[in-house]
Design a protein around this ligand. Structure first.
Ligand SMILES: Cc1cc2nc3c(=O)[nH]c(=O)nc-3n(C[C@H](O)[C@H](O)[C@H](O)COP(=O)(O)OP(=O)(O)OC[C@H]3O[C@@H](n4cnc5c(N)ncnc54)[C@H](O)[C@@H]3O)c2cc1C
Length: 379
């Protein structure tokens, strides 16, 4: 196989880099950021991602960087259980539970498994074109580099995607999210657990990641592109979530202002084809999902592994890209769809009693089959 360039050193790009190094495929990663230091938030790495990490020999390092969770509880504002998920059973089945980890630590772990000479930082792609059987890439520092194939792993606002599929646009979910990170001691019952409280068009979730670092998110139904009208965002959030019991108020209060960040939640359901000739998109660049299933990063990891397997087996990148998409497309579509609708249902203003009744009484065989379809990876 020839020389490839990976644009983006996030979860997808670094996982692809580890897999390519192990498969003996020549590559370089170009990352726009001057250092690999993503926003200080947490991320849940689901069992499907952990199985891929296991195949790549990085699972233990990821586990060591975070906390393996034992349960997920979804409750109403008053902490009445709506749905509980026992992750010990999941771990027994898939070899790993969900790991809650600081994004920066995850990134550092993945980076530590790649030859650092192969990751060039502070190098933002501006445009790319195909010429004489090569891909020609133009960077912000005015350098031009050629490659035999390109993997666009440059995230939800992908420059690679904008170049090859300008007609594909993000969809706003109708919800905005504030994420916070705080050092705090949680009551024992919420250690090794994710707690998510569903209220009236509001949601609050939290989990410990490691060393008493708590990651929380607060989601509200809101118009797109809203801005915080107050500098005192903590008071605003405390007021919005005043009816929420448990550690919600104390977590918001204890979080420094600069550790709270607002993000509109989008997905990308529209891309029917993730590749064009010698250029292929993976992760959020191809198919961002809303975070409601905690699967965007996991799907990026699955993509990276599957794509590199196909590159390893195929004579041409074009063939590899095609069979990669055939293997991944249906699962990813299901995740985008499911995740979007969980967000809608979680924020229902009406019929909450009916929703909660069905969630409380979901037969275990239905839940198991849904989780299987998400957490099982194709070998
Ligand atoms: C609020 C929220 C919570 C989430 N929670 C979870 C969760 O719990 N579990 C989960 O699995 N997923 C979660 N996700 C989704 C997850 O964050 C993404 O799916 C994941 O980060 C995608 O990885 P990626 O590598 O494709 O993109 P990214 O992680 O965005 O990485 C893209 C990289 O490309 C670089 N880049 C961008 N443009 C250029 C350019 N022009 N040139 C060079 N480099 C460039 C960026 O700097 C970045 O490093 C969440 C998302 C949100 C918004």
């Amino acid at each position: 196989m020839k020389k490839g360039i990976i644009i983006g050193g996030g979860i997808a790009g670094l996982t692809a880099a580890i897999a390519m190094e192990q498969a003996g495929i020549d590559f370089t990663v170009y990352e726009a950021a001057p250092e690999l230091k993503p926003y200080g938030a947490g991320i849940w790495m689901a069992p499907n991602a952990m199985q891929v990490f296991d195949k790549l020999g990085v699972k233990q390092a990821v586990k060591n960087a975070g906390i393996e969770l034992e349960k997920v509880d979804i409750t109403d504002e008053n902490l009445n259980l709506i749905h509980g998920l026992n992750l010990k059973k999941i771990k027994a089945k898939f070899g790993s539970s969900i790991v809650a980890v600081h994004r920066a630590r995850l990134q550092q772990v993945l980076y530590s498994f790649v030859n650092p000479d192969k990751v060039i930082l502070n190098k933002a792609l501006v445009s790319l074109e195909e010429k004489d059987g090569k891909v020609v890439l133009h960077f912000a520092d005015e350098t031009i580099i050629e490659a035999d194939f390109v993997i666009g792993a440059d995230g939800v606002n992908s420059r690679v995607r904008q170049q090859i599929m300008p007609e594909i646009h993000l969809r706003y979910s109708g919800q905005t999210c504030w994420r916070g990170l705080v050092t705090h001691t949680l009551p024992d019952q919420w250690k090794n657990a994710t707690l998510e409280l569903w209220g009236n068009q509001l949601r609050f979730g939290l989990a410990e990641m490691a060393d008493e670092q708590i990651y929380w998110f607060a989601v509200k139904t809101s118009p797109e592109n809203g801005v915080d009208e107050t500098k005192d965002i903590k008071s605003y959030l405390k007021e919005e979530f005043k009816d929420f019991k448990g550690p919600v108020q104390e977590l918001i209060e204890a979080t420094p202002h600069f550790m709270i960040r607002r993000t509109d939640l989008h997905d990308l359901p529209g891309a029917k084809k993730w590749h064009q000739s010698k250029i292929c998109l993976i992760g959020d660049a191809a198919h961002a999902a809303t975070p409601n299933l905690g699967q965007g990063g996991a799907q990026a990891v699955e993509d990276a592994y599957t794509l590199v397997q196909e590159l390893h087996l195929s004579q041409t990148p074009e063939y590899a890209f095609d069979s990669f998409q055939k293997k991944r497309y249906n699962k990813v579509k299901r995740i985008i769809f499911g995740s979007y609708w969980i967000g809608i249902v979680a924020h229902w203003k009406y019929f909450k009693g009916i929703r909660n009744f069905f969630l409380r009484n979901t037969p275990s065989f239905i839940e198991e089959s849904q989780l299987n379809s998400i957490y099982r990876i194709d070998d």
